[in-house]
Ligand binder design. Structure first.
Ligand code: MG
Length: 447
């Protein structure tokens, strides 16, 4: 079985992801890069220190040095890998997954996720146990480094501090590693900060590690009660940011992404990259500058670098500013949001209201992994009379909207999303999509 998923390795600790596997990954990655240094960062999970120690032992045993940057958000590890001129990096994190999970994200020297074609080479080294173990006097060295001052200085150079007024902002860090950076960055630019769940705890006792609507009621309430300008919730490794307006309303990730893109591209040239399942608000505001990819932040990041794009992201609350780091950064998204509200001198709810209005429906149906591919190709055949896009699953267009049917990359489900400016049409399209998927799954199950 392949070890690598959509972005590195992820699994349940001591079942899928053991110290032994971490050791071998360290040995394999070091064998692959041969010499020089690798950056290692980790999140605040209870198992992260254990995984880190194994990984580092593996790396140095093969003669590669380690720059240990300690407990940091994922974008900080990307930043360190890029700026310290290394051979690559590894971030130990399972992002928003529950506490029993952990994972490792492998990075290119420029800080981006590892190129797809390198994954089988690293797996092959593990399979053959073809490790480049060194003599006692050639073992790599470990250097500990606090990169946060450099990261903070650089990230703050991407916002116009003069223009940002004294905003009041509530941050829900979700007991994740964003507690180490975002509150201080916002204070640094003159904002008043109220923090929730800002003590790092690998059990995520506050509101869970994923910033989804059902976890954010406290944030919504505190924003309203304190008369704050907005609220923001980070995921466990602080690469995603989800916003709440001054009235306490939850803002869908693609609407906040649209607002940030709209303001960012105003006086700039360059492409915008998003995915085929993200709202067409982004199409409306980006015009012919838009490029759409398959689902996945790493795929968006790769495309941005390939086409020299200036901004990208997806609906889960990830915004990528490739000039800073080639991956999502929840802190930079939040700083940009503060800048946008200050510059426009309008409340966040009003700025969101000014965006084109679409209605969306998001549904999912259970489907065994082994049937997924067949279901999608059968659905594609059934929709032969539609204008379609096959970038990821099947996306079909009608005069007044679209729907997409695609397999989840991580769970045994098929997703069906629809969107239209007409609420009834959006509902009709999602119901129609669901009906076709259900029929097809039944037909395949009977055979
Ligand atoms: Mg994350």
């Amino acid at each position: 079985m392949a070890l690598f998923g959509t972005f590195g390795i992820r699994g349940i600790v001591n079942r899928d992801l053991t110290p032994e596997l971490a050791l071998k990954m360290g040995m394999s990655f070091a064998t692959f890069v041969k010499d020089g240094s690798l950056v290692v960062g980790r999140d605040g999970r209870s198992s992260s220190e254990m995984i880190k120690n194994s990984l580092i032992s593996g790396i140095i045993s093969c003669g590669v040095n380690v720059i240990d940057i300690g407990m940091v958000p994922t974008p900080v590890t990307m930043f360190a890998t890029k700026t310290l001129k290394t051979k690559g990096g590894i971030m130990i994190t399972a992002s928003h997954n529950p506490p029993e999970y952990n994972g490792m994200k492998f990075l290119e020297p420029n800080g981006m996720g590892l190129k797809k074609e390198k994954e089988p080479i690293i797996e092959e080294i593990i399979k053959k146990e073809d490790f480049n173990l060194k003599n006692w006097d050639k073992i790599g060295k470990i250097e500990k480094k606090n990169i946060l001052p450099e990261y903070s200085k650089k990230i703050l150079s991407f916002v116009n501090r003069e223009k940002i007024g004294n905003l009041k902002i509530v941050i829900d860090c979700g007991n994740g590693v964003g507690s180490l950076t975002l509150p201080y960055l916002l204070e640094n630019i003159g904002c008043s900060v109220i923090t929730l769940n800002s003590h790092i705890d690998g059990a995520f006792p506050g509101r869970g590690s994923e910033p989804i609507p059902e976890n954010l009621s406290t944030l919504q309430e505190i924003v309203k009660k304190t008369g704050s300008d907005f609220g923001v919730a980070l995921d466990g490794d602080a690469d995603r940011a989800i916003f709440v307006d001054e009235k306490g309303n939850f803002i869908q990730g693609d609407r906040s992404l649209a607002l940030i893109i709209k303001n960012f591209i105003k006086n700039r040239e360059g492409k915008v990259v998003t995915t085929v399942s993200t709202s067409h608000i982004i199409d409306d505001i980006s015009g012919n500058r838009i490029i759409k990819t398959k689902i996945g932040d790493l795929i968006v990041a790769r495309k941005l670098l390939e086409c020299g794009g200036i901004i990208g992201g997806e609906e889960s609350g990830g915004v990528i500013f490739p000039e800073f780091v080639p991956g999502k950064d929840g802190s930079l998204a939040t700083l940009k949001m503060a800048e946008i509200i200050s510059e426009n001198k309008k409340p966040l709810s009003e700025l969101i209201d000014e965006l084109p209005k679409y209605y969306q429906y998001k549904e999912k149906i259970p489907c065994e992994n082994r049937h997924k591919e067949r279901v999608i190709s059968e659905v594609d055949k059934k929709l032969k009379n539609y204008k379609k896009d096959r970038t990821d699953g099947v996306k079909a267009f009608t005069e007044k909207g679209w729907f997409i049917i695609r397999p989840s990359g991580t769970e045994p489900i098929i997703r069906c999303y629809s969107e239209s400016k007409d609420k009834k049409e959006a509902k009709r399209l999602v119901e129609f999509g669901l009906k076709i998927v259900k029929e097809t799954i039944d037909e395949i199950a009977k055979k």
